[in-house]
Design a protein around this ligand. Structure first.
Ligand SMILES: [Cu+2]
Length: 118
């Protein structure tokens, strides 16, 4: 009985309510956005101060987009400049250390339309 309690103890810390984690409030481009021009940056807006530990951008069915290096800091918003993006569907994956110390991650996609002929 005692041994079992000891084994379960570490799990109790992991099972914190999801509401305690920091969350992404919005992004630019927004999730699911269809853009007529390639975005010049990605903005992530969280509900509180977090540490953005990773941001990866990949063209769906294609290559990863090289993003500028950033210092990891505590902030509620982060902006990352983008190189020129070719038309296509993109998936941005982010990871943070939540304000409560837990790692949290998420992803969203957006699409860059081909240029319209005048
Ligand atoms: Cu948490």
């Amino acid at each position: 009985m005692r041994r079992r309690a000891l084994l379960l103890a570490p799990l109790a810390g992991v099972a914190a309510p999801a509401a305690a984690h920091s969350e992404l409030r919005r992004s630019v481009p927004a999730a699911g956005a269809v853009l007529e021009r390639p975005p010049e940056r990605i903005e992530l807006h969280f509900n509180e101060r977090v540490q953005l530990t990773a941001l990866r951008l990949r063209r769906v069915g294609g290559e990863e987009v090289a993003l500028p290096r950033r210092a990891i800091r505590g902030a509620a918003s982060e902006t990352v400049a983008l190189p020129p993006l070719a038309p296509g569907e993109y998936r941005a994956e982010w990871r943070i250390i939540s304000a409560d110390g837990h790692p949290v991650g998420g992803a969203f996609t957006f699409r860059v339309e081909p240029p319209r002929s005048p």
